[in-house]
Design a protein around this ligand. Structure first.
Ligand code: NAG
Ligand code: NAG
Ligand code: NAG
Ligand code: NAG
Length: 205
């Protein structure tokens, strides 16, 4: 094989690697990470023998899935070159998830009890999330497995009716990064506190 062929081969294998790391989910107009997380949520519901909402169809835009609220995030970049006196601005628009209303998937709490088997670190990729309601899902996980580090815009968090155990509590790093949190509902879990101080919001226990 000549040198040229090697270059082509390396290039092709790099492309394959790149595309395999970036899941391409047809129809979903969100960035790879957020789209992949929504599909993880759906897969985990099926794995837990819970029917996802009927609108959660592969191939449809994920933002039209019931309970998923999206908004548009526009960032403006400016560039100027030394040869020109004009400044170019480019607006790039992408869609982001700002609300997840995923409540009562394990409802009603009648026997046999349903339980949503979900790795609670899935939510950390939704960086623009403002509203997260995952109440009534009977997660039965430890609160310390809830990894919501970096959700700086999160204002409303409803974790009620989930049989969450306290464990070592929400990790401090997660907790301190929730700088916009106004409302936290932790009722109907197996948690007794104490809670980190210095935060001002309503807590329902
Ligand atoms: C848009 O996204 C950027 C980068 O993630 C973020 O810093 C900014 O706050 C977002 N803007 C809005 C209006 O959400
Ligand atoms: C980018 O957005 C700003 C503010 O919304 C607007 O004034 C400007 O005209 C836009 N620029 C382009 C190139 O679309
Ligand atoms: C949950 O997912 C994270 C990666 O997102 C992984 O590091 C962790 O081990 C998982 N936890 C469990 C209990 O599977
Ligand atoms: C939290 O969720 C529970 C169960 O879905 C609901 O009854 C409660 O009203 C919610 N709390 C708030 C403040 O919305």
């Amino acid at each position: 094989m000549g040198n040229g062929m090697w270059v082509v081969a390396v290039f092709v294998s790099c492309c394959c690697l790149f595309t395999s790391l970036q899941p391409v989910i047809s129809g979903c107009l969100l960035d790879g990470e957020e789209a992949a997380a929504l599909h993880t949520l759906k897969a985990s519901l099926l794995h837990s023998d819970i029917n996802p909402p009927s609108s959660w169809v592969e191939g449809n835009d994920c933002c039209s899935w019931e309970g998923v609220g999206c908004s548009s995030n526009t960032t403006t970049t400016t560039s100027s070159s030394t040869t020109s006196t004009t400044i170019d601005t480019t607006n790039t628009s992408r869609r982001v998830v700002e609300a997840l209303h995923l409540s009562r998937f394990a409802w009603p709490y009648t026997y046999p009890l349903k339980q949503w088997h979900l790795n609670l670190s899935v939510f950390k990729v939704f960086h623009e999330l403002r509203h997260l309601d995952v109440s009534g899902n009977n997660f039965r996980r430890s609160l310390e497995s809830l990894d919501i580090t970096g959700l700086r815009k999160l204002e409303h968090l409803n974790l009620s009716y989930n049989a969450l155990e306290e464990g070592r509590g929400i990790p401090t790093s997660s907790w301190t990064s929730l700088s916009s949190l106004r409302f936290l509902d932790l009722s109907w879990n197996r948690i007794s506190g104490p809670f980190p101080s210095g935060k001002k919001f309503c807590i329902h226990l």
